[in-house]
Design a protein around this ligand. Sequence first.
Ligand SMILES: [Cu+2]
Length: 165
Amino acid sequence: MLLLAVAGFALGAGPAAGAKHRKTRLIATKARAHGHVPQIKGRPPLVGTLSTTTTTPTTTDPTPTTSTPSCPTALGVTEDEYHTYLSRSALCPGSLTVQLRNTGEDPHNLTILNLGTGDTVATWDDAGPGDVVSKHVTLSAGTYRLFCTLPQHDEKGMHAVVTVG
Ligand SMILES: [Cu+2]
């Protein structure tokens, strides 16, 4: 009676262990199907092979050559009491952005006058302290005077000259 029970226990344990083993194989098969490649011992991971690739140094310079003259497309005009500073003194003819920046403590404005023709090219209204006002201006070749029109400001030093050409 006891022997039969032991034999029955052994027989019962057999199929159960087999089922567990089949389940493990099934998981491995599913993992491969989803692209999970099992790690193979003794072989470096695939990402490690990237470090062995050699890169040839490039001889071409990505920056443009200096053979063509650079034409700035912006002019900064900074005003305070009582000065007018330009970010550059020479420009190329064409369209550009002129940015008036009042770093002073009083309001200031800006007028651009073509000294060759006497024409007023652009005007800015009074800008308060800290204000920055940009305008698109098209300038032909020539000499231009930039100044503040508030009383006595030009006379006190708020003017500058830029050459276009
Ligand atoms: Cu002014």
